[in-house]
Design a protein around this ligand. Sequence first.
Ligand SMILES: [Zn+2]
Length: 392
Amino acid sequence: MSASATVLPEKATHQQTRTFNQQLVLRALHDQSPLSRADLARLTGLTRTTVGNLVGTLIDNGLIDEVGRGQSSGGKSPILLRVAPDGRHLIGLDLGEAQFSGAVVNLRGEILRSIHLPLEGRNGDAAVELVFQLVDALRADDRSPLLGIGIGAPGIIDTSTGTVRWSVNLNWADLRLGPLLEQRYRVPVVVANDSHAAALAELTFFRRSRPNNLIVIKVGRGVGAGIILNGQLFQGDGYGAGEFGHVSMGSADAPCRCGREGCLETMTSMRALVNAAGAVEPSITDESGLVAAFLAGVTGIRRIVLDAARELGVAVGWLIGVLNVRHVLLVGPVAAFGEDWLGEVQRSARSSVLALLARDTQIEFGHVHDDVVVLGASALLMEQQLGLGLVR
Ligand SMILES: [Zn+2]
């Protein structure tokens, strides 16, 4: 976000003005450090005195530090400043369906340490206990002050209150996960849907200039999408935007874990594929066995996986037809199937939507790998707490 995108309320209090100006300084340093105090005054339009005061406070708070001296333009060479990478640490969590993963992330968006804990069938309160265990383990031995905790979880998540309204696999309903963690750790907590978090991470690390609109489809044990419109995460009226894994496809009737039948997820998720493949080749019992059989070219398995890719492609075509978004990224364990799988999704999507729209749309694998949800949840927390994005 550019500095000018934030608007100060007309009758701002002294404290609001100070916070706003502090964010201007932080953002300038975040985008292009190192900078001198004079550079900061020029870039933010604030007076030298104001910049001097703000810089003093930010140094005292440990958010920025001095990194040596720059080129002199006549007088004394100026002291250069930057955002202190370890001035705060963040904890990012990905509450996946097979394991809970977490990482300590610094203010540069670098992952310092990751931990993965297998879920082993836990749900309800036992799954909440596992979240505590994960955060405790990540906090142990970390001496930097904690900015907060960012969480990506499957299901319908009310981000405004940190409430998991519904998460089938974890058996959580109206669970106030955010407040629970805030009480325990005394830091701000933000909770978002995992596909929404993945979309934020992909937007942050998009390898060309950042697109205004982006759809990120996460295919793992479930299927969900994160939708970025006009540079902002679109969550829908009830935080359920992108839940197209539970849209009936008409062509299927398998029971879905949501209680209905024939959802897209029952045909295209990794869970569905492992089950279907296991029925043909009993030796296949998990995702890695499935991927290995697919890559080895086992005929029956290739057919199952590519048929599913075509079904997913039809659904992707619907999204393109509805939103006309030109960048669609596919993320999650399905990326292991590689180009053959992707090609099938692309062909199917393109043939199910207006040729003109299809021609302009790029459907690719995502650019962020394993930590896409952890980084997305961290990005959301950074934006909320400091008004900063992660560094690309
Ligand atoms: Zn369903």
